[in-house]
Ligand binder design. Structure first.
Ligand SMILES: *Cc1c(COP(=O)(O)O)cnc(C)c1O
Length: 369
């Protein structure tokens, strides 16, 4: 789709470079493709990103969340607090183990769980809190951890969009009982498909390793009922190549965001909380006026753009009540964000002229009707 001012600037650009291809071919030629030495090496290397916690690789970010909830023993009758303003996978993982998502509002500044609303939503049935580090900005983890400790709740961080993000110097995935990452192609780094769980608890790590592999540690000595959520060695080899490039890519995303911050006046730029390191999985602005018109204008100008997420999870069909209506949730900031946000390209493959076109386009589109 060519724009008026040149080529279309895609909203995301997954990298599959020569190094990724060589790594995959090397594993394919070895003939040992299922979970093996590459997975083990990927887990050890990824641990550096989460303060040296135990890391367990799985076949997707959704599996990471679901397996963690399974390992923690959550199921029917349990309530888990989660934002409605997220990708459906967050709440799907809760339903997949038979537990109930309790939707809580977000803070308008960081688009993440509002700690005050979390505290107000705790009931005797609450077992866990699932903060989502949306768009690559860390949730307000210090306050969320305090609430969790007061009530004896587990914390499962959905860090699918936030590899390397941190709050007051501590990386996401190193706060909660467990942290769950995704390596889907459009994420800040990928393994074709894949996921990773981080935890400080060696016992939990062992349970996760068993549950991803039919419930066995020793072959055919099954201890519990498990799934097959293993990562392949091909995926891990690609993930290892990407992990080495992550610091450079993150710095480039941050530099791109800084440039856009300095140039965009026609829309509200994304704030960064004190002490937070944002890794800009998405660069998400709020339209001041008519969002549909702004999106149309951006697209005419050849600037990729998208709304994550136009429908909050509590309004999606699987999460409606038996009557087909949304539950009794009061989520004004969630509804407002869903109506206002637009994500602009921020990925590391953008050129300086792309960035200038994006900023100019956002300023033009900001006044569109
Ligand atoms: C991508 C994503 C997931 C799921 O990861 P997959 O690897 O696609 O299964 C979960 N939560 C959030 C917030 C995501 O963005």
């Amino acid at each position: 789709m060519p724009g008026l001012n040149g080529d279309f600037i895609p909203p995301a650009k997954p990298v599959i470079g020569e190094a990724e291809i060589e790594a995959a071919v090397r594993v394919l030629r070895s003939g040992l493709v299922v979970q093996g030495p590459e997975v083990k090496a990927f887990e050890e290397e990824f641990a550096e990103l989460v303060s040296g916690r135990h890391c367990v690789a799985v076949n997707s970010g959704t599996s990471a969340l679901q397996l963690t909830l399974m390992a923690l023993g959550f199921g029917p009758g349990d309530e888990i607090i989660v934002p409605s303003f997220s990708f459906a996978a967050s709440a799907n993982s809760i339903r997949l183990v038979g537990a109930e998502p309790v939707f809580v509002d977000i803070e308008p500044g960081n688009f993440c769980l509002d700690p005050a609303a979390v505290a107000a939503a705790v009931t005797p049935r609450t077992v866990a809190i699932m903060p989502v580090h949306l768009y690559g900005h860390p949730a307000t983890m210090d306050k969320i951890m305090t609430i969790a400790e007061q009530h004896g709740l587990a914390v499962v961080e959905d860090a699918a969009q936030a590899h390397g993000a941190s709050l007051n110097g501590k990386p996401v995935g190193a706060f909660g009982t467990a942290g769950c990452f995704s390596f889907y192609p459009t994420k800040n780094m990928h393994s074709l498909e894949g996921g990773m769980i981080s935890t400080a608890d060696a016992g939990l790590a062992r349970t996760l390793r068993m549950l991803r592999n039919q419930g066995m540690e020793q072959r055919y000595a099954n201890e519990v009922v498990g799934a097959n959520m293993r990562m392949t060695d091909v995926a891990a080899a690609v993930g290892r190549v990407q992990l080495r490039q992550l610091p450079e890519w993150t710095a480039q995303r941050q530099a791109n965001a800084k440039f856009l911050d300095s140039k965009i006046t026609g829309m509200l730029i994304p704030p960064v909380a004190d002490g937070a390191t944002h890794v800009y999985h998405q660069y998400t602005v709020r339209a001041r006026g008519d969002r549909d018109a702004a999106q149309r204008r951006l697209t005419e100008l050849g600037i990729g753009n998208a709304v994550y997420y136009p429908t909050p999870i509590h309004r999606l069909k699987p999460f409606l009540t038996a009557e087909g209506t949304p539950g009794p949730w009061e989520l004004p900031e969630t509804e407002r964000a869903a109506a206002e946000v637009i994500s602009l390209p921020v990925h590391p493959s953008l050129s300086q002229s792309d960035l200038e076109r994006i900023a100019d386009g956002a300023n033009l589109a900001g006044g569109a009707r």
